[in-house]
Design a binder for this molecule. Structure first.
Ligand SMILES: Nc1ncnc2c1ncn2[C@@H]1O[C@H](COP(=O)(O)OP(=O)(O)OP(=O)(O)O)[C@@H](O)[C@H]1O
Length: 347
């Protein structure tokens, strides 16, 4: 059972086999039958393989992986749209997997909201009525007031009476987000929610989500196949491959300490200076005098390097508010910014 009061979602020993005789093959899969073997010998598809993941309350957890890696299958287990072949999905001491249909319906309605890639707006309803929709069907008296509030929060004030077709893709997805937020659900499931948007609009939407999340502290599960998006949004990132979890960690872990060659290849092209934070590479401050120049613990290395170079200093202290985290110097910043794989190939 998950810790009482934390509202974390705990996924335990989760397996999903697609096919008519899934249960007949589960033991063989647990004993090591691979996805390819299951497919070749039994014509069944291994969707998820032994997934264990804690999705912390109030944080953004990104599930990342290439097409077919199992992201959608996993997110659909969280709201019970898919039943696993084995395993548990625990929330507040209840297992989504064993909920009765009535419990599951309540859980979905009251605790979860979804934002889809294709917006899924109702074309014949205005922005206001789209956002109020979930509240209307639950008979909530203040539906319109609440909808107007969230329309404002996503920057769409003045568009209440527009229809979806009159809006750009980015604006439609703002409506999708406002609709999800208006439901006041604690868990927000976002399946490739920004993937259909142009790059600049996509970055805008990421910023809006991050800004709102500062205040809302929802439990967000965000699916993407885009590493930059995962690193920008994820407090926690889970990387899936062929239905199995390859690595779970924060962005710093994934970029600096890839668990295996697959992840290393995945993060190879990433701009490390924009991801790695000063605190991650700060060395402990020893007894000698501290450098006068100060940088923030969570500043990214490219910004730190620029500030230090401009100020003409080679050393800085790294501070998190009043707390001294350590010391940083330009050579170690440069070293951290260079991908070790690239450095090795130039030797
Ligand atoms: N209903 C189904 N029946 C059979 N196989 C399925 C079913 N749904 C998914 N799969 C298979 O399960 C695996 C995971 O699919 P899933 O859609 O979860 O991946 P994904 O990472 O979300 O991919 P994408 O980014 O393309 O949506 C794939 O091999 C897929 O073909």
């Amino acid at each position: 059972m998950n810790k009482a009061g934390t509202h974390d979602i705990e996924i335990r020993d989760l397996y999903k086999i697609f096919g008519p005789d899934a249960h007949r093959h589960i033991d063989a899969v647990k004993d090591g039958l691979t996805k390819a073997e299951l497919n070749d010998r039994h014509n069944h598809v291994l969707g998820l393989h032994d997934i264990n993941l804690t999705i912390p309350h109030g944080r953004i957890t990104v599930i990342m992986g290439l097409s077919g890696s199992g992201k959608s299958t996993l997110i659909r287990h969280i709201n019970g749209l898919i039943r696993p072949t084995a395993g548990q999905v625990l929330y507040d001491g209840l297992d989504v997997v064993t909920m009765t249909p009535a419990q599951l319906r309540d859980f979905r309605r009251q605790k979860t909201a979804m934002v889809f890639q294709k917006f899924a707006l109702l074309p014949h309803r205005t922005v206001l009525r789209n956002v109020a929709y979930g509240l209307d069907i639950r008979g909530i008296a203040e539906a319109e007031k609440r909808a107007r509030h969230w329309i404002g929060r996503v920057g769409l004030e003045g568009y209440e009476d527009y229809y979806p077709r009159q809006l750009s893709g980015g604006m439609q997805q703002r409506v999708g987000l406002a609709r999800a937020l208006a439901n006041d659900a604690e868990i927000l499931l976002m399946d490739e929610a920004f993937s259909a948007l142009d790059p600049l609009i996509r970055m805008d939407m990421q910023s809006i989500l991050l800004e709102l999340q500062q205040e809302l502290r929802k439990t967000i599960i965000f699916i993407t196949h885009d590493l930059d998006e995962a690193l920008r949004l994820g407090d926690k990132i889970a990387v899936l491959r062929d239905g199995a979890m390859e690595q779970v960690g924060n962005g710093q872990d994934i970029v600096l300490r890839p668990a295996n060659a697959y992840i290393a290849e995945f993060v190879r092209e990433v701009n490390r200076g924009r991801i790695i934070e000063a605190r991650t590479i700060a060395a402990p401050a020893t007894g000698e005098r501290l450098p006068e120049f100060t940088v923030k613990a969570r500043s990214k290395l490219d910004l730190v390097a620029r500030r230090m170079t401009k100020a003409g200093v080679s050393h800085a202290q790294v501070r998190d508010g009043d707390v001294l985290v350590g010391i940083i110097d330009l050579p170690s910043i440069l070293e951290a910014m260079v991908n070790p794989a690239d450095a090795a190939s130039d030797d």
